[in-house]
Ligand binder design. Structure first.
Ligand SMILES: [Zn+2]
Length: 518
């Protein structure tokens, strides 16, 4: 372990050497400013501790700018935090220029989110990311949300590659390149050959619609990287970066186990928790999701010794720079298209109902039962509810933002016993058509207790029916579940419309009455 004194001595040495070599090189040498010990603030820039391989001659630098879990928030979760402001911030704060020594990477989950992206199945977000100059993206679990045909189309529209070391075809263990996914790429930045690969979370197997995943398998991260990184090296990679749609808790021990692969950078994702840590010569970083933040790392490379050093790294909030005009214009155009197509008012709400409220849950499952009256019970997964329904006019776009996934309703036949099992085994399901009286479940429709041996008609969404979020009992109990082909939002839209709500007669009371058991 290196003490602080040692650190400062090494910096001094590095400065002297840099000053010396600048006489012999026309290449602009990086400015290295020794800084005080990193502050504890989460957005602080950290200067790398002493590397055992400090560089001694002409250096090439490259700075990685990394976002993850963008989820289509091109327009910003808050005003001034969208894609155009982030690119502007990179110009202002990081000195980013499209032709400069920069690489913009994404940790995946690019598309599913607010209507401006989801309604167009990510097409708009691909255009934004193209304009921002992304160099590569991981494949996240949500890249599967719109099915394989759309995934393939989106990847073909992206001007940058999508990489995954561990997403493989089940039949032969190969990378699904037919979808446009690469095991790795090697790109040139500032005369440096940079190898980039990705990781796709194991959780994809249960958090994406399993129907889209039946032909794929997720190889162990370590085994996958041990296979792919040498291939990237053989293809000329001088430094190695991983865009990981995997959580920091997984990547930190992984980085410790594969130090011999000499990977300089792991971007994390999926867990949506800002994180910054150095393990040996590797940094593991993830900024805030939804374009509310980013991570950065600057590396220097010595072509004569092939040594790589980390100059600085950290995470920053997207405080919003001067808007990049080109990106702002694209976002504005999609905003306008979204508004025209979806700014159709279907109701009016006096008070916001939050995404985790009982009101929004009731609204969804009870409206299914109203729209599909032959069913007795409705069950949905809380993870599918993604946004608040805000006070004021309720539009189609608002409902899509609450339920961004393109699910359909499946009608399954379950015995009372199986219903109880589903309710007890899956994580806090949202239930409609049933209420509890003491220890008993009682059907709202009949007022009768749920009987273990009686068969009931139950509505679920196809994501759950395919085993998503651990709801494996559904298809096991009824392998012949009926696909109604009804989009899971449609009954909600229909019910909201039918209330004819206005500011004088808002939806709030009608939603309350939905939850009142007969
Ligand atoms: Zn994810």
């Amino acid at each position: 372990m290196c003490g602080k004194q040692h650190l400062h001595f090494t910096w001094l040495l590095a400065l002297i050497l840099l000053a010396a070599c600048s006489f012999h090189s026309s290449r602009p040498t990086p400015t290295i400013v020794p800084t005080a010990a990193p502050a504890a603030a989460p957005t602080a820039t950290q200067t790398a501790p002493t590397s055992p391989r400090r560089l001694t001659s002409v250096q090439i630098t490259v700075t990685v700018l990394y976002t993850n879990d963008e989820h289509g928030w091109m327009d910003g979760v808050s005003k001034g935090q969208g894609a155009a402001h982030l690119l502007g911030l990179w110009h202002d704060k990081e000195g980013y220029t499209p032709d400069g020594p920069f690489l913009i990477l994404s940790g995946g989950d690019n598309w599913t989110g607010p209507a401006i992206s989801t309604w167009f199945q990510g097409l708009s977000m691909v255009e934004v990311m193209n304009a921002m100059g992304y160099a590569a993206s991981a494949i996240g679990n949500h890249e599967f949300d719109f099915g394989l045909d759309i995934l393939k189309t989106r990847l073909s529209e992206a001007h940058f590659p999508y990489v995954s070391a561990n997403l493989r075809n089940k039949r032969d263990g190969s990378t699904p390149t037919d979808l446009g996914i690469q095991p790795y790429v090697v790109v040139d930045v500032n005369s440096l050959r940079v190898g980039i690969t990705g990781l796709t979370t194991y959780a994809t197997a249960t958090s994406a619609n399993p129907a889209y995943l039946k032909n794929f398998t997720f190889k162990d991260y370590e085994a996958a990287l041990r296979e792919i990184v040498p291939q990237a090296r053989a293809a000329g990679a001088e430094i190695m970066l991983v865009a990981g749609h995997a959580c920091p808790e997984e990547l930190v021990p992984l980085a410790g186990r594969i130090k011999d692969l000499d990977i300089q950078f792991f971007g994390a994702g999926h867990c949506e928790q800002p994180f910054s840590k150095q393990v040996g010569d590797t940094v593991i970083l993830t900024g805030r999701s939804h374009l509310e933040g980013y991570a950065f790392a600057t590396f220097e490379y010595d072509p004569s010794t092939h040594a790589v050093g980390i100059l600085q790294y950290g995470i920053n909030d997207n405080q919003g720079g001067a808007e990049d005009q080109a990106v702002a214009e694209i976002v504005a155009r999609w905003r306008k298209t979204t508004d025209t197509q979806l700014d159709v008012q279907v109701g009016y709400l006096e008070r916001t109902i939050t995404r985790s409220s009982s009101e929004i849950r009731t609204l969804i499952v009870e409206s299914w039962l109203i729209g599909y009256p032959t069913a007795d019970i409705a069950i949905t997964n809380p993870g599918g509810i993604r946004d608040d329904l805000k006070a004021g006019p309720v539009t189609l776009a608002d409902i899509i933002s609450v339920m961004p996934f393109d699910n359909v309703l499946i009608n399954v036949k379950l015995t009372g016993k199986q219903v109880t099992q589903v309710l007890n085994t899956a994580a806090s399901p949202v239930i409609g058509g049933l209420h509890q009286q003491g220890n008993n479940w009682v059907l709202n429709k009949t007022g009768e207790s749920l009987e273990a041996d009686t068969t009931y008609s139950v509505l679920v969404n196809d994501f759950m029916y395919n085993g998503g979020d651990g709801y494996t009992l559904l298809a096991k109990s009824d392998p012949n579940g009926y696909n109604t082909a009804i989009n899971w939002r449609q009954p909600v839209i229909d019910w909201v419309k039918a209330q004819n709500s206005t500011p004088a007669n808002p939806l709030d009371e009608a939603i309350q009455s939905l939850s009142q058991t007969p």
